[in-house]
Design a binder for this molecule. Sequence first.
Ligand code: FES
Length: 132
Amino acid sequence: MAVATHAIRLDGNPGGDSGGAPSAFPCRGDETVVAAMERLRLPAPGLRRTPGRPIPVGCRQGGCGVCRVQILSGSYRLQPMSRAHVSEAEERAGYALACRLIPESDLDLRCARRTGAAATGAPVPAQPITNT
Ligand code: FES
């Protein structure tokens, strides 16, 4: 059975490395938003300051919080992620880590990166959770 592909639309929030430019890219229903960005080379991994990167990326494992986003519309599922960066209440309000976010429909997102320690990309131990 073919895997559905969904459109990931990002608003022009200046929290992203794109410098506030709106962007959109396709993401399969069996990959995370960050995995799709990297599969599409938006841009090459490791070049965090390269213009055009839709969402900043750090650990890719749900631990650093750099890729924090708010989902404005659409349906999705989440893999386990650190509660240090997205509390249960924030998750209910639509916040997530893009490296743990798998679309089930087209998604409208905005970068929601925190300032302070979380913005440095410093690793924070992941706290396994179950998303139901
Ligand atoms: S890249 Fe570190 S939490 Fe997503």
